[in-house]
Design a protein around this ligand. Structure first.
Ligand SMILES: *[C@@H]1O[C@H](CO)[C@@H](O)[C@H](O)[C@H]1NC(C)=O
Ligand SMILES: *[C@@H]1O[C@H](CO)[C@@H](O)[C@H](O)[C@H]1NC(C)=O
Length: 317
């Protein structure tokens, strides 16, 4: 154990001296690369050398796809003994005429798939030293413009209905959200279902429940990508106004606006009539001696008196 410790110590000192003297080889990669599904993706890595390294030559390059950052990985592109080593279809050096003197060892994925998302390791051995570096590729696919349809197809005001919004072909997992025309959000009244195609792309389906009596004329379904940015939206018209003025629509539905106005009017009207009668009866008794009672007042009095004789809750019919 002691001897291995000493060896490690000597090795470390040697490495520090080597770096300090400018005698180093380093692989430098862009930490995060973004690729669009179905298009070319570039994973950028270059070999940097210290100033004392003169005219370096690359002996070996291995680009590996990892399932986790610590994983051994699968070779997707290799260069060894002056020639390409078992390159996987669709993976090549980004530099079209790459050779062992070219320090730009970037990887190009020609037709990016969802499976290409993840960690990559770039290992380089030169005649002056070696290094490796892990980098990532984030694959993105844009969701299609959503479509909305309703069940039933014709929305009836007094029955519940469902709006169904769909958007497909996106990656990573996004969300569908619902808004009314005043931009008030209704997503909490909806349920979203996510399915994945064989290619790994997501299909989002959201069902918004419209309760009877609380349906807006318009709803917007918007698709948001994994970073929470809106990608697209569509507005659906429930045509609920057209059905409301339709004479065929349900006649038993109460007219909320009219009843709200009529009820207080009836109450106020009864109060006024009652007060007027009380006032007139009082006046008649206090002015018993007076002969000059107008005919109009007498007429109202008669009305009041006859009212007094009527039984309460009399059936008018
Ligand atoms: C490496 O090569 C690729 C492809 O030619 C290029 O797009 C990229 O900018 C190069 N990177 C550097 C650091 O030169
Ligand atoms: C989401 O969309 C924005 C704007 O279009 C874009 O910049 C971002 O990269 C997208 N993110 C994902 C994960 O697709």
């Amino acid at each position: 154990m002691a001897s291995s410790g000493i060896i490690l110590f000597i090795f470390t000192v040697f490495c520090i001296c080597a770096v300090k003297s400018g005698d180093f080889v380093k692989v430098e990669c862009k930490a995060e690369n973004v690729g669009q599904y179905g298009q070319q993706s570039l994973l950028e890595c270059v070999v940097k050398t210290g100033e004392t390294v003169n005219d370096p030559t690359i002996r070996m390059v291995a680009w590996k796809k990892l399932t986790s950052p610590e994983d051994e990985g699968d070779l997707v592109l290799g260069f060894h003994s002056g020639k390409l080593d078992r390159p996987k279809r669709g993976y090549r050096f980004a530099e079209p005429l790459w050779d062992e003197k070219n320090m730009n060892v970037s990887l190009l994925i020609t037709n990016t798939a969802v499976a290409d998302d993840g960690y990559y390791k770039c290992m380089v051995i030169t005649d002056s030293g070696d290094d490796n570096m892990v980098t990532t590729l984030k694959v993105q696919a844009r969701y299609s413009v959503p479509t909305v349809h309703s069940i039933p197809e014709k929305i009836v005001p007094n029955k519940g209905s469902t709006l169904i919004c769909e958007s497909r072909g996106g990656y990573p997992k996004g969300t569908l959200r619902w808004f009314d025309e005043e931009k008030h959000e209704w997503t909490k009244s909806s349920e979203m279902e996510v399915t994945q195609s064989d290619a790994g792309l997501f299909q989002l389906t959201s069902r918004l429940l419209l309760l009877r009596g609380s349906t807006f004329p318009k709803y917007t379904c918007a698709v948001f990508n994994a970073s929470g940015d809106k990608e697209d939206e569509i507005t659906f018209e429930t045509k609920i106004h057209e059905t409301l003025i339709d004479p065929d629509s349900d006649p038993t539905k109460p007219q909320p606006e009219t009843s709200k106005i009529v009820a207080p009017l009836v109450v106020i009207g009864s109060l006024i009539v009652g007060l007027l009668c009380a006032l007139l009866l009082y006046r008649r008794r206090s002015q018993h001696g007076h002969r000059q009672v107008s005919e109009a007042l007498q007429h109202v009095e008669e009305g009041c008196n006859s009212h007094e004789d009527e039984p309460i809750n009399q059936d008018q019919s």
